[in-house]
Design a protein around this ligand. Structure first.
Ligand code: NIG
Ligand code: FE
Length: 397
């Protein structure tokens, strides 16, 4: 399939692809491609099953030390995310375990998760820091991402999320943000450790004004703004995103529809993370239709993290969006490919047209719509990165 035009997935049956220098040279019917004399020297791959551009997962918190099983048990007995935080769980409990983990341990864990992403058909992920919350540990996370990068075929894009919560050492959020700007951001810039800066704009974390001010400061250090917004209630994070022209605003469960025109003008990608709604047992899922009808680019991501979404399978995310967010299967496929790439500012990726990076995932299915239909399992049988097979079911390369 070639998701390059407006929700037209462009299905080609009995397809094949010709690849040169890691890029798509031609894509079409196997018989045409294999008999084309001008493609004689190009490497050709016959694609069985359903072949799609590999998923671009634009929102993960994949560096963490431990699963949050205590939080999980509490939630299953009825406690909310907020109540669990008040009992000492939540983000701060991940901070405690991360601070006592070594760089080597964290690298090993991230490598393990990278393999899982690849096995499930993902070719690129964004990875946030945010469980360190001090200079030493935020840098440690970003250094882990940097050292894992050359060891895996999965593409990793780092985001600095020091503004994820307020650590116990600080009595107020203003002084913590000042510390991030004065002490941590300069070091990140110096070591070139992140491409984006993110902040958790939510009641009990950081306000709209703080978010705007902080993201503007981060831009001065060369980081493009992203934001966690409107996850738990309508709090104004969408307006903060617009005002700093954030590349993406993520979660967006409780957006005031009056903000849609301004969002459209800002060119901010709206990224929904429905696996976290599922895992938190919420009955509320955002309705994607008003956003899509307005022409706003909508992405879907896993939000892979130990607290709200221990899910690395974008096939599940697609199914969630189609069954709970009123997205069509075709819209969801755009959201996990081209719009995921847009949320990361990536060009010439996540599409099977000529000149795009040859990142392809092959699923053991007869029809692309089955991707949203057979939910809860992994139907991926092969992942190709820049034209090379990096995963085949039962045979990891
Ligand atoms: O995207 N909402 C803030 N950050 C994460 C949750 C992090 C955690 O609970 O550890 C999210 O859902
Ligand atoms: Fe998140």
């Amino acid at each position: 399939m070639r998701p390059c035009s407006n929700f037209d997935v462009g299905v080609i049956s009995n397809g094949a692809i010709a690849v040169k220098d890691g890029k798509v040279l031609a894509f079409g019917k196997e018989k045409d491609l294999f008999s084309n004399p001008s493609l004689k020297k190009a490497e050709k791959i016959k694609l069985g099953g359903v072949a799609l551009p590999s998923f671009v997962d634009s929102h993960t918190h994949a560096v963490f030390a431990k699963a949050r099983l205590e939080d999980f048990s509490l939630r299953s007995s009825g406690f909310s995310y907020k109540e669990i935080k008040e009992r000492g769980g939540g983000i701060i409990s991940s901070v405690k375990s991360l601070r006592s983990a070594s760089k080597e341990e964290l690298e090993k864990k991230l490598l393990f998760w990278c393999e899982k992403f690849i096995e499930n058909g993902t070719g690129t992920i964004e990875v946030k820091s945010g469980y360190g919350l001090d200079l030493e540990n935020e840098i440690k996370i970003l250094e882990v991402i940097k050292s894992v990068k050359p060891k895996v075929s999965l593409e990793l894009i780092p985001t600095f999320l020091g503004a994820h919560s307020i650590p116990a050492e600080f009595s107020d959020s203003d002084s913590y943000l000042k510390y991030l700007v004065d002490k941590v951001l300069p070091e990140i810039k110096k070591r070139k450790l992140a491409r984006f800066a993110d902040i958790f704009c939510e009641d009990g974390y950081f306000t709209v004004e703080q978010s705007k001010h902080y993201l503007k400061a981060a831009m001065k250090f060369g980081l493009k703004p992203k934001i966690h917004a409107e996850q738990m209630k309508n709090y104004g994070g969408a307006r903060a995103a617009i005002s700093v022209k954030a590349i993406s605003a993520d979660h967006m469960d409780y957006v005031d529809l009056k903000d849609l025109s301004a969002i459209k003008k800002s060119a901010t990608v709206v990224t929904f993370l429905p696996a976290s709604n599922y895992f938190l047992g919420l009955s509320h899922f955002p309705d994607a239709r008003p956003f899509i009808e307005k022409g706003i680019p909508v992405a879907l991501a896993s939000d892979f993290n130990p607290g709200t979404s221990p899910c690395f399978n974008m096939q599940f995310v697609i199914s969630c969006a189609v069954t709970h967010m009123k997205m069509s299967i075709e819209q969801a496929l755009f959201a996990v490919t081209l719009n995921g790439a847009k949320a990361l500012g990536l060009k010439k990726i996540a599409c099977l047209e000529k000149g795009y990076q040859a990142d392809i995932s092959v699923f053991e299915l007869e029809d692309y719509r089955e991707l949203a239909y057979y939910f809860g399992s992994n139907m991926n049988i092969a992942t190709i990165k820049k034209g090379s097979v990096i995963y085949e079911k039962g045979n990891t390369i």
